[in-house]
Each structure stands twice: as structure tokens, then as C-alpha cells.
Design a protein around this ligand. Sequence first.
Ligand code: XIL
Length: 348
Amino acid sequence: MTQDGLKQYALSSAASHKTPLYGTAIGTSDLTLQPRSRAILRHCNLVTSEYEMKWDAVFRHSHEPDYAAPDDLVAFARDNGLAFHGHTLWWHESIPASHRESSDKVFAEAAMQHLRVITARYAGQLHSWDVVNEVLEPAHGRDDGLRGTRFLNAMGPDYIGIAFQEAAALDPNATLVLNEMGLEYAHPEAERKRRAMIALLERELSRGTPIACLGIQSHLTAMEQPRHHPDLRAFLREIDGMGLSVMITELDVSDHLCPRDRAERDRVVADTYRAYLDLVLEESTVLAVTTWGLSDDRTWLNAFRPRPDGSPQRPLPLDRALRRKPAWHAIKAALLKAAAHRNSTISD
Ligand code: XIL
């Protein structure tokens, strides 16, 4: 059954850590719909939680946490031999409503409690964790480029180091990831963010913060994302030089700037996937490539970035009927190329 899925190209055996896994974001609704869960098993060897592991999701009904949904997701991965990427421990966008107004002290204690309980609950079962998400925002004007958030206000800039230390103590086997958006874009603010990221990682690594991997979200836009991107290339080389691996954590290609014609859209989206993946896979030790959904009916982009003409976005590898699109073939070709390159490097 797996013979012709993407997971075949994302080699998960043999020199495993040397070849990228391929995965998708999922929710519990994907597990009950047979065609979708079958497609996940056919194409993926890693899954991540799109939202049900987030702090606000776990506390959505009351002051008591509810882990039923993340338990189901982790069990699905375990029962089917898929790696699981935890998303995400601390993110300013996923603070439970009950803590939006709480005092700094109460907030800091609750954040720590959440991190400890959920990390311990799944310890030993996860491939990796996005420990913190989107911590940089140079436009907020701080010298260190940190985003002004409740976490920063309540705990100070050490909060990133604290989160990683706690997570490492509770789940020493998970690869700990610092996940960020907008590092991959071409505009001047993105370059500021890349510089701030290098400085942040240097600071944190020099004080022993156990960051193993940089998560690059990679929510791309077709007709905007440059095919050649020397600044991103240089940045990835610096990250590699620091001994960090990379995960492409939330890849999709918005087609909101593309013409309506479907074939044309699919072609431009696929080209964007291919050029981007080729570049990142060439420059980095990529542990996994994850798309933010597998089929177009599961994209968040129709809400977040609707097309001006109202037609549904086509940003993912499969269409609504779970048929392969040019994007699927582009990902396959990029993974095959990376695997061939790595195998030749290994046997050198
Ligand atoms: C999005 C999910 O796709 C939505 O379903 C949810 O409502 C909001 O979050 N960056 C992230 C992800 O790190 O967690 C976001 O996911 C997309 C942007």
C-alpha cells in the first residue's frame, strides 16, 4: 500500500537520520475519515498536530486540561509506526482565554505547569517538539529582536532558555525545535529576522540552551517567493555551521496571487515547492518536511488568506479528491534528489 506514497521517497530506514521524513499536520477529524487517514498512511512517515496540542486547545472547555484529542493523535502515530512532531509548547497565539488577563506571576506558573505536564505526558513517544513558536518580531523594536509577548513580559528574555531546559529534562529523547515564521521570505524585514535569529541562536547556544533544530515554518506565497534566494542560502549555511539541523515544519504555497486557471495555478504552486525545497535541502540537514495539511480541503488558507476571486485555494500536494497534483510530484522529485545526494555523500 505504501509503495507509491511520498513516504517511499522520504526514506525512513537505513541511514535514517540522514534522510528527511515527509509528514503532514493532522487533526482528530482526519483519523475518522477513512480516505483521509489512508492517504496519510500512504504518503507520510511523520505527523504533527495542527492545533489540538496547543495550550488553548487543551484548556478550551474549562480550567482542567483535556488531553483526549492529543492522546488520539499520538496513539494513531504510534499504532501506525509514524513519527510524531509535537506542536507547540509556548506560542503567544495559543494562550487560554483564562490567562489573557492574569497577573504575570500566575501566567508564568500556569505556562510552566502546562509545559511540564504535556511534555511529561508524551515523553518518549515524540520524535520532536516545537518548544517555542514565533519568538522573534524585529518590528517590535527591541535590540534582541524578541517579540513582545506575555511570555516575555512575565518571565523576561530567559523564557526561551527555560522552556528548552525544562523540555529537555522531561523528554531527553525528543529533538527540541525552535520554530519560526517569515525566515524564508525575500523582503527586508525577513532579512532583519534572519539576522536576529542568528544572534538569538548564538546567545542561547553559548549559554547551553539545548536547541537542536531550527523549525522554518515555510508558509510560502506563489509568485512572491523568489526562485533564487541568496540571502536565505547564506542564512541556512550559517545555521548549518552552528551544528543545527532544520525542520520544514508548516510548508504550504498560497495561490492567492495566481490567476484563476487551475492548471496554471497548480503549475506555479508546484514550481514554488520545487525551487524552495531544492534550495533548503541543498543547504541544510533537514530532518523532516511537513506540509500544513495533505489535501486542499484541509488547508487553513481559505480562512487566513482567501483568494480575491473567492475560488478555493489549491496550496497542498493532493486535491480534494486526494489525487496527486503537480505539487506532489515536485515534493517527490525534491526528496528523491536530496536522498540521492545524501546517499552519495554517505558512501563517499
Ligand atoms: C493554525 C492552524 O492551521 C489553524 O487551524 C488554527 O486555527 C490557527 O493556527 N503558524 C503556526 C500554526 O505555527 O500553529 C498555525 O496553525 C499557522 C501559522
